[in-house]
Structure formats: C-alpha cells, structure tokens
Design a protein around this ligand. Sequence first.
Ligand SMILES: [Mg+2]
Length: 256
Amino acid sequence: MHSIKALFFSVVLVFSVSCAHQKESTYPSNTREYQLGSYLWFQTSGEFRALCYQAYNLGKMKLERDLENKHNRKRAVVFDIDETVLDNSFGGAYEVQNNIQWSQDLFNRWVALKRAEAIPGAKEFIEFATKNRVEVIFISNRTEVQKEDTLENFKKLGIPAKKENLYFLGGNWSKEKRREAVLSKYDVVLYFGDNLGDFHKDWDDKASEERRALVDQHRKDFGEKFIILPNPLYGDWEKSLPKNIKRTDLLKTIPE
Ligand SMILES: [Mg+2]
C-alpha cells in the first residue's frame, strides 16, 4: 500500500513540476470529451483487452506456422513500442484530466518514471518468439536518450529485449529507413503496431481518406504480416483529419 501511495505521489509530483509551464489546451472544447471516452475505453473496457489478446493470439498462430518453414536468414518480428508493447495511457490520461496539451517534456518525464504497463498479450508473445530464437526488434519513435529507461521498464515487466535491437528516433520520423535496415539482416515474419506508419511507408503523411483507401489496398496484409493493436487515444489518424473543420462536422450521420 505504501509503495502504491509513493508511486501515486511521485507521479503527481513529476507531472506537477512538468506541467507548471504547460499551456492550457487550445483544442476545441469538445476534444477532451471525446478523448475522455477513448481513455476510459482503453483503461477500463474488457473489449480493449480482448482485442489485444486477439492480436497477439493471431500473431502467435502465424509465427508457429512460419516456424515450420526453413529460412536462409534469421527470422525477426518487428514491434512498435508505445500502445503496442507498453501502455502509456497514464501520461495521456493526466493530460485529459488536467486539460493540458501533449508535450515532449511531459512524455520524457513519463518515460523516465519507467512505470508503463505491458499491453495484454505482448509479454507472452515476445517470450514465445525469444524462446524460438526469433529476433525481437523494436522500431520506435522514442528518442535515443530514452533507450536505457525503456530497457529498464521492459526489465521490470519481464519483457526480454536487447539494446542493439532498439531502433529509436535518430532523425526521420518515418520508420521506413529503419525497417529497411532490419530487412537487410533478417527475414521479418510479422510487424506489430498501433499506427499504420508502423507497417509501411505508404501511410506516411497521408490525408485521412487516402489512408483508408490504402488500408483497403493492403487488406490481405492485415492478420497476415501486419498485426494491428487498438489505439483510439492518438495517432496519425488524428493528424490526418482535415484542418479547420469542427470535428463533429466530420462525422457521417443521419441526413436532415
Ligand atoms: Mg505506437
């Protein structure tokens, strides 16, 4: 109990210091309301957990099948980290509760706490892959300076990870170059992510409508080599929405 209280106060303290200079959110006033729904669903619904298990169970089936085949090079499985392997919803939930904007500083402080929890099913899948001598690679847009904290967070959760297999943000936000670097060494069997940019460059910097059309074009890849985790909290989908239009006006609804 004491350690839970200590954790609570350390989280509050770190965020309080961090947020002292935060601007109040400039999002439209209803944005936080829809985000509140997303965070509640993410943190409390059984459906969220079920979808995560479904994703990792499917991944395991695909990997088991692949292990029956021979490869000339070593197999690898590629993971995004945030909202794919680690649950960072605590940080975002703090922003929603306090009506402040996301900032790199706030995220850095959250990562430094090393208190992210595992996404359901991720640890067991990574253990299974490791046991079967499949290289576990993480391509994340966490920054280079966050490597040690990320490794320590993994260690606390019992998730096996090697420092040399962390491909973190070294310049380009797109993950394509880092995927190419991994593909030059390994046969990649599966990619796990919560954002379409975790799978292919096709989705980098595209508008919302185009992103959806590209998903339709790639439909056979989902559940085959791309395994997607549920994340309604944030992502490129949000950035891809048309600008300067009220978000409620973007909804398809019953015609007048
Ligand atoms: Mg992610």
